[in-house]
Design a protein around this ligand. Sequence first.
Ligand SMILES: Nc1ncnc2c1ncn2[C@@H]1O[C@H](COP(=O)(O)OP(=O)(O)O)[C@@H](O)[C@H]1O
Ligand SMILES: [Mg+2]
Length: 170
Amino acid sequence: MSTNDTMNSPKPSLVLCSNSESETENIGLAIGDAMNCGLLIGLNGTLGAGKTRLTQGIGKSLGIEHGQIVSPTFTICVPHEGRIPFLHLDAYRIQTPEEVDELGLDEMLENGVSLIVEWFDLIRPLLPPVDLEIQIDAPTKDSRNFSFFSNTENGLQILNALKLENRNQS
Ligand SMILES: Nc1ncnc2c1ncn2[C@@H]1O[C@H](COP(=O)(O)OP(=O)(O)O)[C@@H](O)[C@H]1O
Ligand SMILES: [Mg+2]
């Protein structure tokens, strides 16, 4: 893991670089370790960017085995009962706003359930304000850049924890 500045707009609060799947898992672990309430986490990035791999790392920190977290593309969402319960959602195949409404996501968040949403951009307008948004880019076959954005207090707490953990790396 390493930190970088970037010229993207809006400017991410933090960029972490990974050069392997296990480094990506470690980024996920660090996010999970910092979670202490229900959060909306939005993941963006093309197919194979590492959205599911990152979610596996978050899940591992929350007590969910790697193998139980798979891309929920065909089921839209899968609930997991971790230290913090979370719903793993894949927006790719959602066709109508009603499909999202029926899930009762606002209520879940209010009840302390976290939501981790792959292809978040596709349903952004249907969801409450995102706590932590992560854009994943893949400059090479094995490297990934994770750009973090947040505007909420809960999201900023996670970002601060990640910054602290990565403060000595360049
Ligand atoms: N640094 C890396 N971090 C995460 N995945 C990587 C990395 N380098 C290569 N990969 C590969 O990228 C793919 C990521 O898959 P996945 O997490 O399912 O993507 P997504 O959910 O974004 O479609 C896997 O095949 C994985 O082996
Ligand atoms: Mg996926």
